[in-house]
Ligand binder design. Sequence first.
Ligand code: AP5
Length: 215
Amino acid sequence: MRIVFLGAPGSGKGTQAQRLVERHGIPQISTGDLLRAHVRDGTELGRRAKAIMDAGQLVDDATILGMVRERLSADDTARGFILDGFPRTIPQAEGLDALLAEIRKPLRAVVLFEVDPQLLIKRISGRRSCQDCGRVFNVHTAPVPVPPPCGGQCATPRLVQRPDDNEATVTKRLEVYEAQTQPLIGFYRGRGLLKTVDADAPLETVAERLEASLA
Ligand code: AP5
């Protein structure tokens, strides 16, 4: 299964990707997570990316494509992958097309997560993630269950809030999504790859709709 998850910030791409990983055993490749790892490790790219991410803007296409090319060369992508939050611009989508043609791994589907924009800011402001395993929760809609889901080191998840999850940056991210990422809907519809999931529903319902769209 080789798929792309497309949707506004907070539409549930990461949450559903984590579930598909558990069910299908293919990796989630989130360009946001890859960039945050660079920021955490203090690399040159991380230092450059941090200011851009904190401003709610996009990191340049060449950097992102280089990062994805490297990640897709790893052995764990042999059975498939979920590209979460990539591509986000037409040049990134064209670059991905070329890369996948080169490695002979064409996409099977692009899933668009549709959510009422009014809900997104509330969802994002309530998001918390486990600092150790990255699992995503929400103080309003998806609290940490008792007992907590991860054994071992995350038996008691240490929850943190992302620095770009404040209202001003989220507003900017939504504007950037509309201007630079929404054109991908037409791009992938034209290629016959687009599947739309109504993601304005409880997590389990969205998961069922997602599986149905991929069947
Ligand atoms: P990134 O990390 O990709 O953030 P994003 O696209 O803005 O997406 P989010 O992670 O905010 O949302 P999501 O859809 O994954 O929602 P989630 O499942 O967590 O990117 C961050 C930054 O990195 C960008 O701004 C940019 O600067 C840079 N970047 C990344 N990729 C790039 C690229 N390709 N090119 C250039 N720059 C790039 O859900 C949100 C919350 O809602 C959670 O708390 C969750 O528990 C809850 N929730 C989820 N589903 C439901 C539901 N059905 N009902 C109720 N609550 C729900």
